[in-house]
Ligand binder design. Structure first.
Ligand SMILES: Nc1nc2c(ncn2[C@@H]2O[C@H](COP(=O)(O)OP(=O)(O)OP(=O)(O)O)[C@@H](O)[C@H]2O)c(=O)[nH]1
Ligand SMILES: [Mg+2]
Length: 691
């Protein structure tokens, strides 16, 4: 660790020092994992730069990520560059796996948003930038795949700008030769570089037209910086060239304060532009002291504070909590607490390079490491080693789930193992939600989309060795009655010695929607002895578990009004059976009707997709209630509708395909509604067929 003074800046006072933690984020497939690979190769952490296509990268190394050639969870890799340690968090780009990124972000010093000059990915870029803006994380934009660039950078920037709330500040411009970008000019350093494949670029002299372009672009950059610096503004107005140090100071300050988003260019796959990016991080990314301040950390002297940004259950080493130490230090034997509980004693500290774990000594403030055996620590928690637990520095809740599958172990013997595996999987990925549905005897996995659930099922098989069966989760249909009736229920058996006798008369009536079930009795003269009445109620409940249509019966009142008993043969069991018989015989005569759950659905989408969303809702029996602009999201709408649960099942798939992947929805149970006609008949027939 380089020595710094009390403010955590280098001895000449110009740049922050100490270990950094940097997130690589950005839209799907923009090249984050490739960039991490290039960084690791460039800094000597790995011998050879692997590639995503060859399945040889440090990031995205799990079986599932390799199989699908995409990030399905974050990867962590620590390297060192010019004497400082850097931990990079390579986040998946798919919106279905966004929770890993969201949970990791609070503890990073800065983020590099890897993006491409692709119009289709702008909505996703906006989502990512929004998260960073909300959390006030300083961020650079790395415009990747510059080797494929076919339009002028100024146009690309104009296209990308609406995704960002703050000005995109062009720090570099490309040098073109025969329609290909062959190098770049750094506008702050005023130096031109020609790319060399997999090697440091070469500095060249700028002349002619290139020099002109550099001057104009640099002036634009300085003008943007001057918006927040009056002195610089005066220098520009008076044509005084600002000192280079001042420009760099402004760049870091405005980055840190979230006033600009500097843009660098490159091609990760060829290691182009990577060294400049690293240098920008070294000089401008804040360090842990600034980050701790942003998070409102008030560590008492000697206390250690750490934030858990990921949890894994490793095959051999048990539970691993990847954490950033934000204050103090922690090593083997450090006991951590949260405001709720003691989470365990650290057993083993590791430096992580993807899936490789190297044992190391205690971790200092700023370092990001794996802590072993913190059995009760969870992702997103703030840990304290000290007398009193620090308050959580962030609380990141997963987005509401949007798609579900029911799972069961293919073999009965795996039932217990499945339960344990699901617990571990939820710890690794809190955006998987496991719901037990006792009505349908189902275990339902809720997640963020098709791929998310598919990967979850693959993990159960690959990592936990459990073969599972998947089904569509059942819809919460119910049934009720429309007509009252009075019905006798009689149970009489004379087999050999002791007989069985129970006899009841039940008054059965429909109740208003949402009332559930009520039971009452109006027995006079002891025609049904008091002690048997609770058994009658139990029998009635048995009879309502599955009505004539095949579903639980609700919104019904049953009153015991009459009956008879036998001094020897009557029993609790006999009256329970009589109660059930009464209900079962009554219901088919009461005009049973199917009830389906209706939910309040709220779709959020970019405004240009609103009309499409309305069409989707209508085609799925949705009753549209209206739409509004989405609060705090210019350019977005929020559409509300009432919609049957059965139509919500795969709604997300249509919403995503109509919104370039960024639209989403949430839903909440609203009411049960009668369903008749063909649809109802089909549901009842399907239910019968399933039995
Ligand atoms: N032409 C070109 N292709 C690149 C460059 N960087 C990455 N790619 C390709 O883009 C594709 C996606 O690269 P990844 O590194 O997996 O992208 P990612 O952002 O990590 O993807 P997710 O984690 O799934 O979001 C791969 O086929 C890469 O080879 C680049 O600089 N130029
Ligand atoms: Mg990736």
């Amino acid at each position: 660790m380089a020595a710094g003074n009390a403010n955590g800046v280098s001895s000449n006072g110009t740049r922050p020092v100490g270990p950094r933690c940097i997130a690589l984020v950005g839209p799907f497939q923009s090249g984050k994992t490739t960039l991490l690979e290039a960084i690791l190769a460039r800094t000597g952490a790995i011998q050879r730069q692997g590639s995503v296509d060859a399945g040889s990268t440090v990031g995205d190394a799990s079986k599932e990520a390799r199989d699908h050639r995409m990030g399905v969870e974050l990867s962590v890799a620590t390297t060192s560059f010019m004497g400082d340690s850097y931990t990079f968090i390579d986040c998946p780009g798919s919106v279905e796996f966004i929770h890993d990124m969201r949970a990791a972000l609070p503890a990073v010093d800065a983020a590099v948003v890897v993006c491409e000059a692709d119009e289709k990915k702008i909505p996703q870029l906006q989502l990512v930038l929004r998260e960073l803006e909300e959390l006030k994380i300083p961020h650079f934009l790395f415009l990747n795949k510059i080797d494929k660039a076919d339009k002028r950078l100024r146009e690309t920037l104009q296209m990308l700008q609406p995704a960002s709330r703050v000005p995109l500040l062009l720090r570099q411009i490309p040098i073109w030769k025969n329609g290909i970008v062959t190098g770049f000019v750094d506008l702050a350093l005023e130096r031109a570089h020609v790319y060399k494949e997999y090697a440091a670029s070469e500095v060249i002299e700028l002349t002619g037209e290139d020099l002109e372009r550099e001057r104009t672009a640099r002036f634009t950059m300085l003008e943007t910086l001057a918006d927040h610096d009056d002195e610089l503004m005066e220098q520009l107005l008076e044509d005084i060239p600002p000192p280079r140090d001042k420009v760099f100071d402004d760049l870091s300050k405005e980055l840190r304060d979230g006033q600009v988003c500097p843009v660098l260019i490159g091609a990760a796959i060829r290691t182009n532009g990577v060294l400049r990016l690293l240098k920008a991080l070294r000089h401008e990314a804040p360090n842990v002291e600034v980050t701790a301040k942003r998070l409102g950390i008030a560590a008492r002297n000697g206390d250690t504070i750490a934030y858990v940004l990921k949890t894994w259950h490793t095959a051999h080493g048990g539970k691993l909590s990847v954490a950033r130490v934000l204050a103090g230090q922690a090593g083997d034997g450090t006991t951590f607490i949260t405001p709720e509980r003691e989470v365990g004693r650290v057993s083993g500290v590791s430096k992580l390079i993807g899936q490789q774990m190297d044992k190391r000594g205690p971790a200092m403030a700023g370092e990001t490491v794996g802590f072993g055996k913190l059995d009760y620590a969870r992702t997103g928690e703030t840990l304290t080693a000290g007398k009193e637990a620090h308050k959580p520095v962030a609380e990141i809740k997963p987005y509401p789930p949007v798609l579900a599958i029911a799972v069961s172990a293919a073999e009965r013997k795996d039932d217990v193992k499945l339960g344990q595996a699901l617990n571990k999987m939820q710890e690794e990925d809190p955006s998987i939600i496991v719901v037990h549905n006792p009505d349908a005897h189902e275990v339902v996995l809720w997640g963020q989309g098709e791929m998310h659930l598919r990967v979850a099922a693959e993990k159960l098989a690959d990592r936990f060795g459990i073969a599972i069966e998947k089904r569509r989760p059942s819809v919460g249909y119910r049934e009720t009655i429309r007509k009252p009736i009075q019905q006798r229920g009689r149970h009489k058996k004379q087999s050999g010695g002791h007989g069985q006798f129970g006899d009841v008369v039940l008054d059965i009536k429909p109740l208003p929607r949402g009332s559930g079930f009520t039971f009452a009795e109006k027995i006079t003269g002891g025609v049904v002895p008091r002690n048997y009445i609770p058994s009658v109620e139990e029998g009635v409940i048995d009879g309502l578990k599955e009505g004539p249509l095949g579903f639980p019966v609700v919104d019904i009142s049953v009153t015991l009004v009459d009956g008879s008993y036998h001094t020897v043969d009557s029993s609790d069991q006999a009256f329970r059976t009589a109660g059930r018989i009464g209900v079962v015989e009554a219901l088919p005569q009461c005009q049973p009707v199917l009830l389906e759950p209706i939910h309040m659905v709220e779709i959020v989408c970019p405004t240009d997709a609103t009309a499409r969303m309305n069409a989707i809702l209508s085609s799925r029996r949705g009753q549209i209630l209206g739409f509004d602009t989405r609060e705090g999201w210019p350019g977005w709408d929020c559409v509300r509708a009432l919609m049957p649960e059965s139509e919500i099942g795969d709604l997300i798939i249509e919403i995503r395909s109509g919104t370039a992947g960024v639209g989403t929805f949430s839903f909440k149970f609203d009411h049960m509604a009668e369903l008749t006609g063909r649809t109802a008949d089909q549901i009842v027939a399907a239910r019968r067929a399933a039995e």
